[in-house]
Structures are given as C-alpha cells and as structure tokens.
Design a protein around this ligand. Sequence first.
Ligand code: DWN
Length: 406
Amino acid sequence: MYSPHTYCRACGYAKPGANGIKSATTEKLVEVFDLGIQPLANDFHRPESDSAGYAPLKVIFCPRCSLAQLSVVVKPEILYRNYAYVTSPSTMMKSHFERLIHDIRDETGGNRVLEIGSNDGRLLSMMKEAGYSVTGVDPAENLAMEANSKGIETKTGFFGEELAGNLSQYDIVIARHVFCHVDNWVDFVKGLESVSHFDTLILIEAPYVGNTLKHCEFDQVYHEHLSYLNIQAISMLLENTCLRIHRVIEYPIHGGAICIMLRHKNCDIPSNPIINEHFTVQDWKKFSLKAHDQIGKLSARVENLIATGKTVAGLGASAKSTVWINACKFTRKHISFIADTTSQKQYTLSPGSDIPITDEGAILRELPDYVIMFAWNYREEILKKFTKAKSMGVRFIIPVPELEIV
Ligand code: DWN
C-alpha cells in the first residue's frame, strides 16, 4: 500500500549515488512532525465496505533545500483512481478562479490551456466560457467522466513524461493542488517541458508552507500531500531543466496558497522578484509542539462540552476533518455527524471513525449546540450561509489558526 521515502525529491539530498556519492550516503532527512499511523484522508467509505487502509503520517525535512515531505508514499492508484474530493462550488472558489484567469490574461495572450489534475473540470469550464481552448488530465475515472459529460475534454491518467508524450503543446499549463501530490517531480517536470513551447506559461498552485507553519495548519498534513511547497526547493529542482521561476503570487485560497509561474529559460520575458524565505528544523519543531497543543485543546473542549450534555456536530467532511478527528480520537460519541455538500461523501463514514457524513440540511434539522467548522478555510462564506442556525443558538467552533467559538 505504501513505500518508504528517504531522500529529497527536489534536490536529491540523501539519495545514495546522487551527486557523486558512490556508497550509501550518510545524509539523512530530519524527522520534524509525526501524527502516527493514520487512515487516508479522503477514504470516505460506506459502513459495509472496507477502509483503504492506514499508513504512517510523518513529515521529514531536507536540510539542503528546506523541502518538507512525507516519510512514505501511498500508492497513487489507491488515493486517486476514484476520488471523493470535487473542486468546491463555493463563491470563494469562483472568485479565486476569476482572479487566476485575470492573472493569466495579464501574463499571456495564449489560448490553448492544459490543466493537470483538472478534477471535475470546474476551472476549465470557466476558462472555456472565457474563450479558451481547454483540455484536462486527471487520474480519477469518476471525475474525468463527470468532466467529459460537461464537454470538457479530459484524459484519464497520471501526468508525467510518458502521458505528456501523447499530448500536444499548450500556451498555458495549469497544475493546481496536484504538484505536491506527486512523488516523482523530475518525471513531472519532464512532462511539463514536453507539453510546453518557449512561450508557454506554466502555473503551479499549492498550499504555501509559510502559511502552514505560520497558522499551524497541521490539518494540511495527510497522505495526499507528499510535499509542503517552498520556493527554494522548486528553484533547485529546476536547475537542470529548461524551466525557470518567472513569478510567485500569493492567494488566500485553501488557507493561503502560492502560485509559482514558470517560463522557459530561453523565453525573453523578464522574471519578477521572488519571495525571500528561510525555513529551519526549529520552525517545524515549534509547529509540531503547537499542533499537538491545538489537538489537546480541541479534544479537551469537546470532551467538556459532551460531559455537560451539549451536542457537537461537524461541518465540512474535508481531508482536514479526517486529520483532526483521528488526531483527537473523536468518535460518534463526540461528534454526532458531519454535514457536507459533496454527494459522494454523504452517507459514508469519516475515515478511521464511526462518524457519519450527511447532508448540510442536518444542521438546521438537528440544531446541534456546537458545530466544528472543519472547512475553516471557507469561514466567512459558511458563517453567512448559517446565519439562521446561529440565530437559533448554534455556535461554531473554528479550530484554525486558534481555537475560537463564534
Ligand atoms: O489538496 C487538496 C485540497 C485542494 O482539497 C486535496 N488534496 C483535497 C482537498 O482538501 P480538503 O478536502 O480539505 O478541501 P476543502 O475544499 O477544504 O474541503 C471542504 C469540504 O467542505 C468539502 O467536502 C465541501 C465541504 N463544504 C461544505 O460542506 N459546505 C464546503 C463549503 C464551502 C460549504 O459551505
């Protein structure tokens, strides 16, 4: 189900035989954060079917390029062949896509778009409406079928050099929240080189490790997220390729993401100044202490609420919710249900627990005393949506960046 990951996928640190080190290297990646053996964050399954399994959830740190990465790689077929996460239909996501398309237009007049990890085609549908010619690639058969049924041409498969060889070249290549899910970055970048020409704009968007550390967003650590993106690691990864970092933009989506724009080295459009960053083992050790403190705080708060006869539910069966629930060892005794808009998650169980996922209407039907907002990254939109429930006494527990009750 999973294999060990022992050397840096960006700069090759600790890779035996790399950089002329003939014998087994004495270099070692540093363990910085450990949540123990955990279920797969998106393994929402019906009570009668088996779970996909469990794997160690541990972050290791590269002292050369500062890339934080997981100590194991779960087989991608297990994680993505039938994927439960669909791009959010939220207003916040729509606004983000409008901003992204605006920033792309600012950079290039190109029209042919390839999106890698295109999910159900939500972004590509918007770009098609804006006049772009669009193609998607996604390994999830269920999502590719959904996108194709909406008229968004989507190829099923894992992007890399081989799959890229069957594609043409594009003016714009987008990889949103997929690059950090990939184990073999060298192969992925070879694929990017193959589908791009000297004038192509490439966009890699991912949660930024600076925000993960700053706001202690430890619930972003799960088996899909093999790496926690920093710029220095990308810079070192690209050294022996025909690509360079062109511009970095920060976006508020998903708890604070960055979009690293790449261009070909022989493209004469000048690069923009890059964010200065420096992450250390100490930053991660501090993060780990804070994360375990946050876990203790939410766990104690919920235990206290149920001990005093209060009812607690959840909102947002996100991958992040799975991390919280298993780290706090919550069961149905603590959280009676989690409400979610995603149809394929409803009437399943939260991975690793007996907590049922149901539809959002349950909040108004059951009127729990408290609701843990596991989709805290959509805080404002959710609080607006549940104004009526709040007026009827429901209070929201927001766990990130600090435990807060509103
Ligand atoms: O990288 C990834 C990010 C981009 O998305 C993937 N590996 C998995 C996924 O992570 P996530 O599941 O934590 O993403 P979200 O978008 O934070 O999940 C939000 C969940 O909350 C969804 O299941 C939808 C649900 N939701 C809801 O029920 N009511 C969301 C909103 C805004 C709502 O009003």
